[in-house]
Write a protein of this length. Structure first.
Length: 117
């Protein structure tokens, strides 16, 4: 190959590399970020469209489905953005999408932050 063709290929590869690195940095900033501990959710209330609600107060976590009384939940674990809570024999899980959104796999609903608890 001639020097000109090699130079053109080198410039194209350099441009592709720069674009890939730039795109990676751009998308990494948009990935989900959730608190490292449950303390990051203190004094927050999350609510689904149907009225299901989770409230993180100072030391307790409360849960209620639409039209039901709130019940006190016991924290089992919080790992990699998955909150596992227990009420009696029932176990509830919530997946932290970001600081303002939780997902409940059992009811397949998103709960969005509604304000302070």
């Amino acid at each position: 190959m001639t020097k000109t063709v090699k130079r053109i290929i080198a410039v194209v590869l350099l441009l592709v590399t720069v674009l890939l690195i730039g795109y990676s940095c751009y998308t990494a900033n948009r990935l989900a970020s959730y608190p490292d501990t449950l303390d990051g959710y203190k004094n927050m209330v999350f609510r689904a469209n149907d009225g299901t609600m989770v409230a993180f107060t100072g030391e307790n976590i409360w849960y209620a489905e639409q039209g039901e009384d709130m019940v006190l939940l016991v924290t089992e674990s919080y790992e990699e953005g998955v909150i596992t809570l227990k009420y009696g024999e029932e176990t509830l899980q919530f997946v932290a999408i970001d600081e303002d959104t939780l997902y409940c796999p059992a009811s397949e609903q998103f709960l969005r932050k509604r304000g302070d608890g």
